[in-house]
Design a protein around this ligand. Structure first.
Ligand code: C2E
Ligand code: CA
Ligand code: CA
Length: 756
């Protein structure tokens, strides 16, 4: 406009001025001429003006269009930067115009406008059309402030791309009807994938059994999952923003946590077990894994801690370990732990140049006690034995229970054998006091101990245990309630035992047994009133074996049951024969093992045999050893009562060798007490023994029991016993055990007068 005005002025100034002198006749001519000039000037001015205006317009137009292009370029750039597409829908002309869709859809015809229905049918995923239309309609109807949908559009490569499209009405007609909507669309495939993954991850976290906590770089809680709340007792709100030290347990030193923090800062990872404290103050053992989380720039942004409560697992593991290593009944180490400790002890001994002693301990006649008192009493005895052993050894020593009534002690730092022997004796002595197993009963039980030494007898645990075991058998063989140090000769004994057990198994079939009979003299009448049947074994392989040697093996191998049955039959057959030859007053005493009483149906067997052989049962006396008295149990008592009911009498054998008391005897259905030959042997030498024997006789009589003294070898012993009221005697003074034939001859030739 400015140039427009300037151009007009310039035209006016450029026109020449008309002369004012000489105006007269020719005034009209001058005025016409002037007019023409003026007109010409006007025309040229107008032309100039028009030309100038046109030029300005052209200039302005070009200015506009470059501005527009510039803007469009800027928009394209902005869209390119954001990855968005700009769209513009002319509702009246029904055309959709797009900018920046090239990247989104992979097309190049980005500026082409398409009819909206063509766009819809070609581009929008069929499943999403309804949703898109509903959103558009809602906005057009004024029900929404803007239009927004997430839908899939077809990429030029045929795949579907998720977009979020947002737009607004930008123009309306005079009646307010929308004529244009414009907006943007953005590729959100990635966002959706991330969101989906996040959703899945949070779902996983939610359902995870492990506690998960997200912690920031200052070790403050950022988020936790439900399992975290369940395990720690803290709700999410209670921990967010607070330090993870909230869970620290006093069981760890602060330096422990400090180390973990350092480890995390330096390496971004820590895993291990640590004690943690719940909200209620209770401690739990956590298996924890902490790892760093890095952001898009690979910079550490957080830590994620995954925590499992392993308190129960640990406890279970410990219990399993306990079960695997400790004896359930006594709480002592078991065989596995013993081997481990022994191995360690050996390593230490080798280093220190010292010895290790292995004491193998077996309770004497425990089987009898267990069988007769019952298993629960047996268990209580084993517990009491364990306690006594623990009390007898040092805290550094190992006490283990291997099985049944077998215990093993490992003593370390041994420099001299005498010290081990003293210790063994101490243990044996500690068992002289009775074991308190319950309110009513005190039980006395003795141990037999075998000892082996590292490195003297073996270098490895198994060998040492075997040696101690062998020595223990030797201790049993030499009278029990004692200890034996292993010697190589014992191996020969052990081998012999195995050999003997094998031979014993065949002895019955081979007919290697026979019976001897030892007469008994009644001191009041001077008559032979009975005999005791004594078993003999002559092995084809091993020669003559004394009963003191093979009977224990027969008991151990339970061969005593069939052997005992043979003895019973054989002695009754002999008795029957003697009766036939006129000796009808003779009583047959038969030794019976406790195993026979418990295992075999002895009363039934006796009834059957006496019936079959036609011998009266009241001519049968059964001798049971004294250990039976201690190990009195319902079942033995019952068997004894039944036997007595049948008519048989019961004698207690070896009285005085064990720990039985007359008080116990009172409760038993017995008839006779046999004073052991050891007591009788000492009668003339030991005044105490003499006094005890006299007392036993008196007390037994007061209980209504007959007293028989066995192993009477001298006239002196005989006199003493007679003078103190002993009822009967048996022993070499009268007669050694004889075979049936000789015994019969002896009895027949016996004159009652010879006693005097
Ligand atoms: P026991 O029942 O105490 O038998 C007495 C033992 O003393 C017998 O030994 C006998 O020979 C021996 N003896 C007899 N008089 C004298 C004497 O004056 N002085 C000495 N020093 N000893 C004498 P034996 O026959 O060697 O029997 C040993 C043990 O074997 C028996 O002791 C008994 O417990 C057991 N036994 C023997 N036969 C049988 C049997 O058939 N069954 C069972 N279960 N055990 C038996
Ligand atoms: Ca006997
Ligand atoms: Ca005896």
């Amino acid at each position: 406009m400015e140039c427009w005005r300037r151009a007009a002025c310039w035209v006016l100034l450029a026109a020449p001025l008309p002369a004012t002198a000489g105006v007269g006749d020719n005034t009209f001519a001058i005025s016409l001429e002037w007019l023409l000039v003026l007109l010409a000037l006007l025309v040229s001015a107008l032309a100039l003006l028009r030309w100038s205006a046109h030029r300005a317009l052209r200039e302005q137009r070009s200015e506009y269009s470059s501005e527009l292009i510039e803007r469009e370029e800027r928009l394209s750039l902005a869209l390119w930067g954001s990855g968005d597409e700009f769209w513009d829908w002319d509702i009246v002309r029904n055309e959709l115009y797009r900018i920046g869709a090239d990247r989104l859809l992979g097309t190049t015809d980005v500026h082409d406008s398409v009819p909206i229905d063509v766009w819809r049918d070609r581009q929008v995923h069929p499943d999403d059309i309804a949703r898109v239309e509903a959103a558009v309609t809602a906005h057009l109807d004024g029900r929404s402030e803007f239009y927004e949908t997430e839908h899939r559009v077809r990429h030029s490569n045929g795949t579907w791309v998720w977009v979020r499209s947002r737009g607004k009405i930008v123009a309306r007609d005079s009646e307010g009807k929308p004529t244009r909507i414009a907006g943007t669309a953005r590729d959100i495939s990635n966002d959706r994938r991330v969101a989906r993954e996040r959703r899945i991850a949070s779902e996983v976290l939610r359902s995870m059994g492990e506690a998960v906590a997200v912690i920031d770089l200052d070790f403050n809680f950022v988020s936790v999952n439900p399992a975290f709340s369940r395990i720690t007792g803290y709700l999410e709100d209670e921990v967010i923003g607070r330090s993870s030290a909230l869970l620290d347990s006093v069981q760890h030193q602060p330096v422990f946590y400090q180390n973990i923090h350092e480890q995390l800062v330096d390496h971004g990872r820590w895993a291990g077990e640590m004690w943690q404290r719940r909200k209620d103050g209770e401690e739990f053992l956590g298996q924890i894994e902490i790892s760093e989380v890095v952001d898009g720039e690979h910079e550490r942004s957080h830590f994620v801690a995954v925590l499992t409560d392993i308190t129960d697992t640990k406890r279970f593991e410990q219990e399993l370990r306990y079960l695997a290593n400790y004896d359930n009944l006594t709480g002592l180490a078991n065989r596995a732990l013993l081997s481990e400790r022994l191995a360690h002890a050996i390593v230490r001994a080798r280093r220190q140049d010292s010895r290790v002693a292995i004491l193998f301990l077996d309770l004497d006649r425990f089987k009898d006690i267990n069988d007769s008192l019952g298993h629960s009493a047996g268990d209580r005895i084993l517990k009491a034995v364990a306690a006594r052993l623990l009390a007898a050894v040092g805290s550094d020593d190992t006490v283990a229970r291997l099985s049944g009534d077998e215990f093993t002690l490992v003593l370390e730092n041994i420099h001299d054998i005498a010290a081990v022997e003293r210790k063994a004796q101490l243990i044996i002595d500690s068992f002289t006091a009775s074991l308190d197993i319950d309110d009513q009963r005190d039980v006395i039980i003795s141990p037999s101990i075998g000892i082996s030494l590292y490195p003297d007898h073996g270098l490895v645990p198994t060998d040492l245990l075997k040696c101690a075991d062998t020595a223990m058998y030797q201790a049993k063989a030499s009278g029990r309630n004692t200890f034996q140090l292993y010697t190589e000769a014992m191996d020969a004994v052990a081998r012999e035992r195995a050999l003997m057990a094998g031979a014993l198994r065949k002895a019955l079939d081979r007919g290697e047994f026979r019976l001897l009979f030892q007469p008994k003299l009644d001191l009041a009448t001077g008559n032979i009133t009975g005999v005791e049947a004594l078993l003999r074994w002559h092995s084809a392989d091993l020669g003559e074996i004394p009963p003191a040697v093979f009977i224990p093996i027969a008991e151990e191998t339970a061969l005593i049951v069939p052997i005992g049955e043979w003895v019973l039959r054989e002695s009754l057959v002999t008795l029957k024969r003697w009766r036939h030859s006129g000796l009808t007053d003779i009583t047959m005493a038969i030794n019976v093992s406790v195993l026979q009483l418990l295992r075999a149906n002895l009363p039934e067997l006796l009834v059957q045999m006496t019936d079959e052989l036609q011998v009266p049962a009241n001519r049968v006396e059964l001798e049971i050893t004294e250990s039976m008295v201690m190990a009195k149990a319902e079942q033995t008592n019952h068997a004894l009562n039944t036997l007595r009911h049948i008519g048989a009498t019961i004698a207690i054998d070896d009285f005085g060798t064990g720990y039985s008391s007359l008080v116990y005897l009172k409760r038993l259905p017995i008839d006779t007490l046999k004073i052991d030959k050891e007591f009788v042997g000492d009668l003339s030498r030991d005044p105490d023994d003499a006094a005890i024997t006299a007392t036993v006789i008196t007390m037994a009589h007061s209980l209504g029991l007959k007293v028989v003294a066995e192993g009477v070898e001298t006239q002196e012993q005989m006199d003493y016993l007679r003078d103190h009221g002993c009822d009967a005697i048996q022993g070499y003074w009268l007669s050694p055990p004889l075979d049936a034939h000789h015994c019969l001859a002896f009895m027949r030739s016996w004159q009652p007068v010879s006693v005097q």
